[in-house]
Design a protein around this ligand. Structure first.
Ligand SMILES: Cc1cc2nc3c(=O)[nH]c(=O)nc-3n(C[C@H](O)[C@H](O)[C@H](O)COP(=O)(O)OP(=O)(O)OC[C@H]3O[C@@H](n4cnc5c(N)ncnc54)[C@H](O)[C@@H]3O)c2cc1C
Length: 819
C-alpha cells in the first residue's frame, strides 16, 4: 500500500467507489480507497437496485437525476455491464392528497429537468396489465399515477465494479481487506490513518462507511447522526401470470410503488421482488457494527410484512399464486430526516462525510459527483444544504437518531406534506417558556431539535395540525396572528436563533473579510451581512451588531447553528486577535412587534425608544424589566415596528410575563412561525436556506445594497466582479399569484413566460394575510423582473397567472419600521 495519497476514501460500497471515481475524473489521480473487507460487502451487495428519480427535495432530486444519467453511460465508458433496466417507475395514487403530493413533486421535477408524466387509470392498466385498478371494498381505486419513463433498476454490485473500472482507468487505487483502525493529525496538518495493512498519510479523508458511520465518526471524535434500520424485501418464485405476459411479448413491467400500502414491487427472473416499508422495523448497530456481522443478513421477519404483502396481493393478484423464495433483511443506513450526509465534517479540516445513505444505489452517482467537486474546487456545484452534514447539531445524539430513523423509515411512503411535523423524539430542546406557550394553545413543530410554536389555537379550537397541500385548519388563526402584528402588538419566541459573540482587536477586520456588507464601525449600528462562497453564492446570513469597542453580536438562523459555527471557527484567525463564543443557548429571544410595541416596551425600560434615540437597525445593551444585560435590537423579520430582545436565558419567564402584563391594554398576543412566514413574504424578506442559497449571488437576490464591492477583499468578491461584467443571469421577484382558490404557492414551483417557456423558479410562497394576496418569491430571467410583468406559475399542476410586484409589497417605504 502507498504511504501517502492526496485523498483516502474509507469504504468500498457504491458510495465510496463513486466518490473515488469522481475525484479521479476531476483530475486528482493520487487518490486511494481502502475497504475493510471486499468491495460491496456492506449494504451494497444486497440492495434491490431500484433507482427512483422521485424525491421531494430539490437537492436530492438533482443528485438522483445525475446518477441515472451517469449510470446509463457507464457501460459504454467502462465496458462493464451494469444491468440497467430502464423499465420506468410507476407510483400509484389512491387519494387526492397523494395526487397533490405528486403534483407538488412535479413542480420540483420541472425545475430540475426530470421527465415525468401524471397518467390516468387507463394508462396505468396499459402499462401494468397485471394490476387491479381497485375500487372494490378492500382495495382503494387507483385515481392516477406518477410515471417516470426513464429510470428503473440496476445491479448494485455491477454498478460498483463499473465505477471501480472507471476510477482505476484514471489511476485511482483500491486496497481491499484494509481496515482503518485509528486516525491522527500529523504536525503538518495532514491525516494519518492506521490500517490493518500499515499507515497512510493524506491531505483529505472521505468517510463512506455505510453502517459503520458511527464507529468511523468516533475515530474522529464525531457523533455522526447515521444509524441503520432493518429493511427487508421478499424474493418470489416464478409467476405463471408474469411469465405468460412476458412470453406473450409484454415489455418488462415498470417498477411499481403503491405508497398508500407502503411497498414497491419489481420483476426478478419471471418472479417478483416485493419491498415493504413497514412499521416496527428496528434501528440496529447504534453503538457500531459488531465484529460477528460481516457480509451477513438478519433473519427475515415476515410477520411485520404481512399487511403490506396482503395489500400488494390485492393490487397484483398474481402475487398470491407465487411461492416465496427468500427474504432479504439487511441494514440500511438512515438519518433523522432520511437524507444522506454529504459534505464537510464539522470542526475538523479536510474530513468529509458521504454517509447515511438509505437510497445509496440511487444517490451514489450524484453524491460522489458533488462531494468530489466540493473537495477539489472547494465548493459544491449545486445547493447542497439539504444534504450538508452540519444541518444536524449536537442534539442529534444516539437516542434521538434511533427514534427518528425508525420514524423516518416507516414514513418513507406516507404523504410528505409541506408542513408535516412528525412527533417522535419530541420535545427535545425547548425554550424556557415552552409550557406557557403550550397553555396558550401553541401547536409546535421541530426544527434543529427545537420546539417552535407554528401557530396558536384559540380557546375552543383543537391545538392540532390538519396537514394538507392546501389551506387548512390553521389558515384563519394564522391570519389573526398576522393582523395582530400589523395592527396591535404580538410576540414571537425566536429563542432558537444562532448567536455568537466576536471580540478582539482583529474582530472588525476579520468579520469584514468574511461578509459582503460593511461591518458596522459605529457602536450600536447593525448590518445585514452575507458570507459568500468563492463562486459568489450566498452561504450564510448574519445580522451583525456592534455592541461595544471590538465587540460584535452575530445572529443567524436557528437551524444554521453548526453550519455557521463551523464556518466561523474554521475561518478564525490563528493569531489570537479574535475570540469567538457560541452563546446560542445562553440567550433567549422574543420579538415584540406591531404598532403598539413601543408602548409596551416603554413600560419596561428606561431606554428611550423614539426614532432619534433608537433608530431602526440599531441595537443597545440595556435593562428591560428585571432583566439586565438585554441586547435590544430594533429589527425584526415581520416588517412591523418592533424590537428583538436578546436576553440572558434565565430571564425568559420573567420577561415573558412582564411583556404580556405591559401589553394587555394593547391587545397583545402570541404569533407563531407560520404568521412570520406570511408577514415576511409580504415584505419580500428572503429566507436563508430557501431563498438565499449558494445557487444565487446577492446581486441575483437583488440584495445589492448589502454588498460593498469597494470596501476591500472578501470571500466571493472576485466572482461577483465577474458576474457584474458578464451580466446578472437571474433576478429576485415577488409575485402576486392570481386565481388561487385553496392552494397557495409554497416554494419550488416552476415559473413560465406567456409562451409556456420556463423562466425561473419560486423559492418560497405563502398567503399574505394582511395584503390578502397569494404570494410567491423566487428568481426569474432578468427580462421578466420588471414590476407589472405578467408570468405564470404552476401550483399543484395548475398554471396560474402572476404579476411581478414591487419589492416589499407591504409598506415598500418601510414607514412602519421607521414609525
Ligand atoms: C434490503 C435492502 C434493499 C435496498 N434496496 C435499495 C434500492 O433498491 N435502491 C437504493 O438506492 N438503495 C437500496 N438500499 C440501500 C443501499 O443498499 C445503501 O444505501 C447503499 O448500499 C449504501 O452504500 P454505501 O457505500 O454508503 O455503504 P456500504 O455499501 O455499506 O459500504 C460501506 C463500506 O465501508 C466499509 N468500511 C466500514 N468501515 C470501514 C473501515 N474502518 N475501514 C475500511 N472500510 C470500512 C464496509 O466494509 C463497507 O463495504 C437497500 C438496502 C437494503 C438493506
Amino acid at each position: 500500500m502507498k504511504s501517502h495519497a492526496r485523498v483516502v476514501v474509507i469504504g468500498g460500497g457504491v458510495v465510496g467507489v463513486s466518490t473515488l471515481y469522481h475525484l479521479a475524473h476531476k483530475g486528482w489521480s493520487d487518490v486511494v480507497l481502502v475497504e475493510r473487507s471486499e468491495l460491496t460487502a456492506g449494504s451494497t451487495w444486497h440492495a434491490a437496485g431500484l433507482l427512483p428519480l422521485f424525491n421531494m427535495s430539490y437537492t436530492v432530486g438533482q443528485l438522483h437525476k445525475y446518477s441515472v444519467d451517469l449510470y446509463k453511460r457507464l457501460q459504454a465508458e467502462t465496458g462493464q455491464d451494469v444491468s440497467f433496466h430502464a423499465t420506468g417507475n410507476l407510483r400509484l395514487a389512491t387519494s387526492r392528497d397523494r395526487l397533490d403530493e405528486y403534483q407538488k413533486y412535479c413542480g420540483t421535477a420541472n425545475t430540475i429537468g426530470v421527465p415525468f408524466e401524471i397518467i390516468g387509470p387507463a394508462e396505468v392498466k396499459k402499462l401494468w396489465p397485471l394490476l387491479d385498478l381497485g375500487g372494490a371494498d378492500d382495495t382503494a381505486e387507483v385515481i392516477a399515477a406518477l410515471y417516470h419513463p426513464q429510470d428503473g433498476h440496476i445491479a448494485p454490485a455491477d454498478l460498483t465494479m463499473a465505477l471501480r473500472k472507471g476510477a482505476r482507468a484514471k489511476r485511482a487505487e483500491i486496497y481491499e481487506q484494509t481496515e482503518v483502525t485509528a486516525v491522527a493529525r500529523t504536525p503538518s496538518g495532514e491525516w494519518k490513518l492506521t490500517t490493518t495493512k500499515g499507515e497512510i498519510t493524506c491531505e483529505h479523508v472521505v468517510c463512506a462507511t455505510g453502517n459503520y458511520a458511527r464507529q468511523t465518526g468516533r475515530m474522529f471524535g464525531l457523533s455522526v447522526p447515521a444509524i441503520p434500520v432493518e429493511h427487508q424485501y421478499i424474493v418470489y418464485e416464478e409467476s405463471r401470470e408474469l411469465k405468460a405476459y412476458r412470453q406473450g411479448g409484454g415489455r418488462e413491467l415498470a417498477v411499481m410503488r403503491e405508497p398508500d400500502q407502503s411497498y414497491y414491487i419489481r420483476e426478478e427472473r419471471m418472479g417478483w421482488i416485493l419491498g415493504p416499508y413497514e412499521a416496527g422495523a428496528p434501528a440496529r448497530f447504534a453503538d457500531g457494527v459488531p465484529s460477528w456481522f460481516g457480509k451477513n443478513l438478519f433473519d427475515g421477519d415476515l410477520e411485520r410484512l404481512v399487511p403490506h404483502v396482503e395489500g400488494a396481493q390485492r393490487r397484483v393478484p398474481a402475487l398470491a399464486n407465487c411461492g416465496i423464495k427468500d427474504i432479504v433483511n439487511g441494514p440500511i443506513s438512515y438519518t433523522p430526516d432520511g437524507t444522506a450526509l454529504i459534505g464537510p465534517a464539522w470542526g475538523l479540516p479536510n474530513v468529509w462525510l458521504n454517509e447515511g445513505h438509505s437510497f445509496g444505489i440511487t444517490a451514489a452517482g450524484g453524491a460522489g459527483w458533488q462531494l468530489a467537486e466540493w473537495i477539489v474546487e472547494g465548493e459544491p456545484g449545486i445547493d447542497m444544504l439539504a444534504a450538508d452534514p452540519r444541518r444536524f447539531g449536537a442534539y442529534a445524539g444516539k437516542r434521538y437518531v434511533v427514534t427518528k430513523n425508525e420514524e423516518t423509515y416507516r414514513n418513507v411512503f406516507t404523504v410528505h406534506y409541506p408542513d408535516e411535523e412528525r412527533p417522535d423524539g419530541r420535545p427535545a430542546k425547548t425554550s424556557p417558556v415552552y409550557e406557557k406557550l403550550k397553555r396558550m394553545g401553541a401547536v409546535f413543530g421541530q426544527r434543529y431539535g427545537w420546539e417552535r410554536a407554528n401557530w396558536f389555537a384559540p380557546a375552543g379550537v383543537a391545538a392540532k395540525d390538519d396537514w394538507s397541500f392546501r389551506r387548512t385548519n390553521w389558515f384563519e388563526h394564522v391570519g389573526n396572528e398576522c393582523r395582530r402584528l400589523r395592527e396591535r402588538v404580538g410576540v414571537i419566541d425566536l429563542t432558537p436563533f444562532t448567536k455568537h459573540l466576536v471580540r478582539g482587536p482583529g474582530a472588525e477586520a476579520w468579520l469584514d473579510s468574511l461578509v459582503a456588507n460593511k461591518v458596522p464601525a459605529k457602536i450600536g449600528r447593525m448590518a445585514l451581512s452575507h458570507a459568500l462562497t468563492k463562486r459568489g453564492g450566498i452561504r450564510s446570513e448574519f445580522t451583525i451588531t456592534k455592541l461595544g469597542e471590538e465587540f460584535f453580536y452575530v445572529v443567524s438562523a436557528g437551524a444554521a447553528e453548526r453550519y455557521d459555527s463551523d464556518l466561523l471557527a474554521k475561518r478564525l484567525p490563528r493569531d489570537g486577535s479574535v475570540s469567538l463564543q457560541n452563546i446560542t443557548t445562553a440567550r433567549g429571544c422574543f420579538v415584540v412587534a406591531g404598532p403598539r410595541s413601543r408602548d409596551v416596551l416603554a413600560k419596561l425600560t428606561d431606554t428611550k425608544l423614539d426614532n432619534e434615540s433608537f433608530p431602526w437597525l440599531t441595537g443597545q445593551e440595556t435593562e428591560v424589566g428585571l432583566a439586565s444585560d438585554v441586547y435590544l435590537l430594533r429589527v425584526n423579520f415581520v416588517g412591523s415596528l418592533g424590537w428583538e430582545l436578546h436576553f440572558p436565558i434565565e430571564y425568559a419567564n420573567h420577561l415573558f410575563e412582564a411583556i404580556f402584563a405591559a401589553g394587555e391594554e394593547f391587545g397583545i398576543g402570541m404569533a407563531g412561525m407560520r404568521a412570520m412566514e406570511s408577514l415576511r413574504m409580504e415584505k419580500s424578506y428572503r429566507m436563508w436556506g430557501s431563498d438565499l442559497t449558494r445557487e444565487n449571488t446577492p446581486f441575483e437576490a437583488s440584495l445589492d445594497r448589502f454588498v460593498r464591492m469597494k470596501k476591500g477583499e472578501f470571500t466571493g468578491r472576485a466572482a461577483l466582479e465577474r458576474q457584474l461584467a458578464a451580466g446578472i443571469p437571474n433576478r429576485f421577484v415577488t409575485l402576486d399569484v392570481h386565481g388561487v382558490k385553496d392552494a397557495d404557492p409554497l416554494g419550488n414551483e416552476p415559473l413560465f413566460d406567456a409562451k409556456g417557456k420556463m423562466i425561473g423558479r419560486a423559492t418560497s410562497g405563502y398567503y399574505g394575510h394582511v395584503l390578502k394576496k397569494s404570494l410567491a418569491i423566487g428568481y426569474v430571467k432578468p427580462e421578466f423582473a420588471e414590476v407589472g410583468t405578467k408570468i405564470a406559475i404552476e401550483i399543484l399542476g395548475e398554471r396560474k397567472d402572476a404579476t411581478v410586484l414591487v419589492d416589499s409589497p407591504y409598506d415598500p417605504e418601510n414607514k412602519d419600521l421607521r414609525a
